[in-house]
Design a protein around this ligand. Structure first.
Ligand code: C2E
Ligand code: CA
Ligand code: CA
Ligand code: CA
Length: 274
C-alpha cells in the first residue's frame, strides 16, 4: 500500500508539473496575443421565441493560437483572470464588440464580463469611455454577469451597476439557476434579463423535473418583468417547449452557432446578394 501511495504521489506530481507548464505557456503567449491579433470575436445570434427574428448577439472570444490552433475561452479566461490579464482582454473584447455593433442597428450586443474585471475600480469609467470613443449607443450594449460578480462585494457591485445603468447599459444574469442565491440577487440588483443555464435544457429530455424547473424560472422572470433567454437550445422540441411556456428569447446551435462578424452582417441582410 505504501508503494502504491508513492507511485500515485509521483504521478500526481508529474500531472501538476504539466499543468503548471501548460499554464505558464498560456500566460506567456496570452500577453502578446492581443498585439499579434490572435484573438477574435465570434457572435452567436439570439432569436425571438419563434426562432424567426434575430434580436441580439452575444460576443464570444476565440484565441487562434499559432501552434495550438483554436483555444477555448474556458481554457484561457481563467488563466487571464489569475495572471492579471483579464482587464486588458475584456477591454479589447468590449471595443471590438462596439465596432461590430455599429453596423447592426436595432439589435443588442451582449458582452461577457469576468467578475475580476468587473471589480476593478476603474471598470465603470473604462466601459463608458470605450462606448464613447467607439460612438455606440449604450442602450444597445448588454453586459452578461454571473453571480460571482456580486458575491464578493455586493455594495460595490450594486453601485457599479447603478452607474452603468444610469449611462444606459443593460444587464443580463448569466448561467441563471446554477448559483446559490440567484433569487436574492434578482430582487436586489437591477438586471434586465436572465439567461437560463444550458444545464437545465441538457437534462430536460431525460427528466420531467428539469422541464418543471425551466417552466418555473420563466414564470418567475416574467413576473419580475425581466426578459428571459434560454441558452444552449439544440432541439426543436426544446424550442417548442420554451415558446409554449413563454420564454422570450432563444439561443443555441439549433438556430446558429457562434459565427464571424461578417456572417452576422449577412444574416441581418446588410450585404447584398449577387
Ligand atoms: P457562456 O457565457 O455561458 O457562453 C455560452 C457558451 O455556450 C459558449 O461557449 C457558446 O459557444 C456555447 N453554446 C452556445 N449554444 C450552444 C448549444 O446549443 N449547445 C452547446 N453545447 N453549447 C452552446 P464558448 O464560446 O466556448 O464560451 C465558454 C465560456 O467562456 C462562456 O460561457 C463565458 O463564460 C466565457 N467567455 C467567452 N467569451 C468571453 C469573453 O469575451 N469574456 C469573458 N469574461 N468570458 C468569456
Ligand atoms: Ca454568456
Ligand atoms: Ca451562459
Ligand atoms: Ca457558462
Amino acid at each position: 500500500a505504501k508503494h502504491e501511495g508513492r507511485n500515485r504521489y509521483s504521478f500526481f506530481e508529474i500531472g501538476m508539473d504539466q499543468a503548471l507548464r501548460l499554464r505558464k505557456m498560456v500566460e506567456e503567449d496570452l500577453r502578446g496575443a492581443i498585439e499579434r491579433s490572435e484573438l477574435e470575436l465570434q457572435y452567436q445570434p439570439q432569436f425571438s421565441a419563434d426562432g424567426r427574428r434575430i434580436v441580439g448577439v452575444e460576443a464570444l472570444v476565440r484565441w487562434n493560437h499559432p501552434v495550438h490552433g483554436s483555444v477555448s475561452p474556458s481554457a484561457f479566461i481563467p488563466v487571464a483572470e489569475e495572471r492579471g490579464l483579464i482587464s486588458a482582454l475584456g477591454e479589447w473584447v468590449l471595443r471590438q464588440a462596439c465596432r461590430s455593433a455599429r453596423n447592426w442597428k436595432g439589435i443588442t450586443v451582449a458582452v461577457n464580463v469576468s467578475p475580476i474585471q468587473f471589480r476593478q475600480k476603474d471598470f465603470v469609467s473604462t466601459v463608458i469611455r470605450i462606448l464613447d470613443e467607439e460612438r455606440v449607443d449604450p442602450t444597445r450594449v448588454e453586459l452578461e454577469l454571473t453571480e460571482g460578480v456580486i458575491v464578493e462585494d455586493a455594495d460595490a457591485a450594486e453601485n457599479a451597476m447603478m452607474d452603468l445603468r444610469a449611462a444606459g447599459l443593460r444587464f443580463a444574469l448569466d448561467d441563471f439557476g446554477t448559483g446559490y442565491s440567484s433569487l436574492i440577487y434578482l430582487r436586489r440588483f437591477a438586471f434586465d434579463k436572465i439567461k437560463i443555464d444550458r444545464s437545465f435544457l441538457e437534462s430536460m429530455e431525460t427528466t420531467g423535473e428539469s422541464a418543471i424547473l425551466v417552466h418555473s424560472i420563466v414564470h418567475l422572470g416574467r413576473a419580475l418583468g425581466l426578459t428571459v433567454t434560454a441558452e444552449g437550445v439544440e432541439t426543436a422540441e426544446q424550442q417548442r417547449f420554451l415558446q409554449a411556456v413563454g420564454c422570450h428569447q432563444v439561443q443555441g446551435y439549433l438556430f446558429c452557432r457562434p459565427v464571424s462578424a461578417e456572417k452576422i452582417d449577412e444574416l441581418l441582410g446588410l450585404v447584398g446578394e449577387d
